[in-house]
Design a protein around this ligand. Structure first.
Ligand SMILES: [Zn+2]
Length: 281
C-alpha cells in the first residue's frame, strides 16, 4: 500500500471547468496529482451497473483508488425491525455498487443513539453488522471492507473506541477515521500533534499496527459547538483540525492510509494541500 490523497464527491472546480460526469473525475483528480475518489451513494444507491463499471475502468486507467460512501439513511442502532431491514438493504446495495466499481471500501455511519442507552445502541449495531457479514459471506461478496465511520455528534454511535470495537469483530471491517468529526466530538482534543498521535496509538493498540497501513481516513476542517459537529468547512476558513498535526504521526508509524478530503466544495484543492504538507513534512 502507498499513502493516497483524494476527494469525496465532485469539487466546485470540476464543474467550473465545464465537466459534467463523474466518469471524468478520475482523469481530473489525476491531473491534480490526486489518486483517491470517494463516490457518494450517500443519498441513495442509484448508480447503474454500466456507469459503475465504466467509472471503475477510468479509475484503474488513472491509478485512482475508489471507495464509496453508503447512504446516510443507514441506522443500525434502531430497534425498529423495518429500519433494521432497510439499513441492511442500503449497505448491501452499496456493496454491490462497490463491487461493480472495483471499490474495496464501503464507508457507512453506524447509527443514531438519541433517547436510548449507549450500550444498547452499540449492541444493536454489532448484531446488524454480524447479519450483514453473514449475508456477504453467503453471496461470496467478501472482497470489500465495511468501514464504520467515527462520528462528530454525541448522539451518534461512532466514537473511536466504538469503531475499534466493531472492527475487532471481523477482518471485513476496517475503520474510517474522520479526524474532523473526532476533533468536534472531543471538543478540540486533536488540535495538537500529541492529540493526533493518540488516535493512531489507540488504533494500533486495538487492531494491531498493521491497520495503519490500510486505514481509511476522512480529513476536513469541521466547525463544532458543545454538541459536536456543526458543519464541514474548508482549509481557507482556517478551521481545525490542521493536517500538519497528523503528519509526524503518519511518518512515525509509516502509515499508508487512504485520505479522503470532504471539505465543502474545495475537497480536491484541500486534498492537494494535505498531500503537499505530507510531502514537505
Ligand atoms: Zn460520512
Amino acid at each position: 500500500m502507498k499513502i493516497r490523497f483524494g476527494a469525496a464527491g465532485n469539487p466546485d472546480s470540476f464543474y467550473a471547468a465545464g465537466y459534467r460526469s463523474s466518469l471524468q473525475m478520475p482523469a481530473y483528480l489525476a491531473s491534480l496529482g490526486l489518486n483517491a475518489y470517494e463516490y457518494q451513494l450517500s443519498r441513495g444507491v442509484r448508480i447503474s451497473e454500466k456507469m459503475a463499471r465504466q467509472l471503475g475502468e477510468e479509475a484503474v486507467k488513472h491509478d485512482v483508488l475508489l471507495s464509496v460512501h453508503a447512504p446516510y439513511y443507514i441506522n443500525f442502532a434502531s430497534p425498529d425491525p423495518q429500519i433494521q431491514a432497510s439499513s441492511r438493504e442500503h449497505l448491501l446495495k452499496s456493496v454491490e455498487a462497490a463491487r461493480w466499481l472495483g471499490a474495496q471500501r464501503v464507508v457507512f455511519h453506524p447509527g443514531g443513539a438519541a433517547r436510548m442507552e449507549r450500550e444498547t445502541a452499540v449492541q444493536l449495531v454489532k448484531e446488524r453488522l454480524q447479519e450483514v457479514i453473514a449475508i456477504l459471506e453467503d453471496r461470496g461478496w467478501t472482497d470489500v471492507y465495511l468501514c464504520p465511520e467515527t462520528m462528530g455528534k454525541k448522539n451518534q454511535v461512532g466514537t473511536l473506541a466504538e469503531v475499534i470495537e466493531f472492527c475487532q469483530f471481523s477482518p471485513m471491517l476496517l475503520p474510517c477515521v474522520d479526524f474532523g468529526h473526532l476533533n468536534a466530538l472531543l471538543q478540540g482534543e486533536l488540535e495538537t500533534e500529541a492529540g493526533m498521535n493518540r488516535v493512531l496509538e489507540d488504533l494500533a493498540a486495538g487492531l494491531g499496527p498493521d491497520v495503519l497501513s490500510k486505514l481509511h481516513v476522512h480529513f476536513s476542517p469541521v466547525e463544532y459547538t458543545t454538541g459536536g459537529e456543526k458543519r464541514h468547512a474548508t482549509v481557507a476558513d482556517g478551521i481545525p483540525p490542521d493536517f500538519r498535526w497528523l503528519v509526524p504521526g503518519l511518518k512515525a508509524w509509516k502509515a499508508t492510509p487512504v485520505i479522503i478530503c470532504e471539505s465543502a466544495g474545495t475537497q480536491a484543492e484541500d486534498a492537494c494541500h494535505y498531500r503537499d504538507l505530507y510531502l514537505e513534512g
